[in-house]
Write a protein that binds this ligand. Structure first.
Ligand code: HEM
Length: 360
């Protein structure tokens, strides 16, 4: 009898020890590879930072990272000057365009950040974002851009700290700051603080500045976007929970999973494909709607169950070209400008933002 209990106890103890070992292995590997003996970070290029970001975002905390970026976008709608410009596009408040806008925003950012830095693909995505913004000229201010950038950097850190099974380590925070700073510079944003503390101060001061808050944008209209896109997701209502319950569930699961689950998820599936024979890419992971999905048997069945008919032309199952992303009416516009912008980025040797950057 005793020996049975001993075997059970040993098995459970061995399993828990294995969980502890494997669960934190990627973090230990990151720290071994990217931190010197004297504690300084070995990030020497934007690409180094990007590789670290891939581990944190695609392996360790995919769901929370994606969700916090979406929430960062919602937060920008609280700034009247931002919501005013967004409302004027009509893209977010119309059900026909809101889903595509959400997919394209995610896709352009993923193309920019999840392809090796300085590749044509990444540069073209950044250049396309710049083109879409350029049509609004001075109506999009540098400070609004900087504030949005600060949220893309800080919101995931805050959410991971509150609800994820582990917060980002210092070297991961530093990598996020480095990569987003590089992206921001390529988008022409100036005055980006070179450490997280100053960035946070800028961000909080901006939100609380009475002059900034006093404008007359219309966040309520923009935010219908959230409702509409949520409605498009077949399962979202089935799992909707009271805020308090959700908070408790998130907190509990974040504490339990590192103790009882061997590893965090396997790598999240890649977001996009390589070029297909027609020179287009397919999206491999849809957030809201199946735009640019390949029309395979599996996809037709899977999306069919979610209520989407892939035969409809609007899903563009032939795939996308990066320079076509954005509002439908601009599909064929700006290609030359985008390609020129991408070339200039390539020619300008990028001055490393990590020099002089400190993580705190
Ligand atoms: C770091 C900051 C920002 C990033 C990374 C960013 C990213 C993007 C992306 C990926 C798109 C393409 C979405 C699509 O149309 O499918 C986009 C479009 C757009 N963004 Fe931004 N954005 C930023 C800041 C801002 C700010 C501050 C404003 C407004 C004040 C703004 C206004 C717009 C507008 C108006 C469009 C084009 C929509 C259209 O033409 O219909 N963005 N942005």
């Amino acid at each position: 009898m005793i020996s049975t209990w001993l075997i059970i106890f040993s098995a459970v103890a061995a399993y828990l020890l294995a969980c502890r070992y494997f669960r934190f292995k990627r973090l230990r590997d990151l720290q071994r590879d990217w931190i010197d003996r004297d504690g300084s970070f070995k990030i020497r290029s934007v690409e180094d930072a990007r590789i670290i970001l891939e581990v944190s975002n695609l392996y360790e905390s995919t769901f929370m990272w994606e969700t916090s970026i979406e929430l960062a976008l919602f937060r920008t709608y609280g700034i009247p000057t931002i919501s005013k410009v967004l409302v004027s596009t009509g893209q977010l408040s119309q059900p026909e365009s809101a889903g595509k806008r959400a997919e394209d925003t995610g896709l352009l950012l993923q193309e920019a950040l999840y392809n090796p830095w300085d590749t044509e693909r990444s540069r073209t995505a950044i250049s396309r974002i710049n083109y879409l913004h350029s049509r609004y000229g001075k109506r999009i201010t540098n400070d609004d851009m900087l504030y949005t950038l600060s949220l893309f950097i800080l919101e995931p850190m805050r959410w991971l700290e509150m609800y994820e099974w582990r917060p980002l380590s210092d070297v991961e925070k530093y990598a996020q700051l480095t990569l987003w700073t590089a992206l921001g510079q390529r988008m022409g944003i100036t005055g980006i603080p070179n450490n997280l503390k100053d960035l946070e101060k800028f961000s909080v001061d901006y939100e609380e500045n009475p002059k900034i808050r006093a404008g007359n944008g219309d966040p309520a209209i923009v935010c219908t976007f959230g409702r509409q896109t949520a409605e498009l997701h077949a399962f979202s209502h089935a799992f909707s929970m009271d805020g308090m319950v959700r908070t408790v569930c998130l907190k509990v699961s974040s504490q339990i999973s590192p103790v009882f689950l061997l590893t965090q998820t396997e790598q999240s599936p890649p977001y996009f494909s390589e070029k297909n024979p027609t020179g287009r890419y397919h999206k491999l992971k849809s957030n809201f709607q199946p735009f640019y999905a390949r029309s395979s048997v599996y996809n037709r069945l899977y999306f069919g169950l979610l209520g989407f008919d892939l035969k409809e032309e609007k899903w563009m199952t032939e795939g996308y070209k990066i320079e076509e992303l954005g509002p439908n009416k601009l599909k064929d516009a700006g290609h030359e400008q985008v390609s020129r912008g991408a070339q200039i980025m390539f020619k300008c040797p990028f001055v490393l933002p990590s020099r002089g950057l400190s993580p705190r």
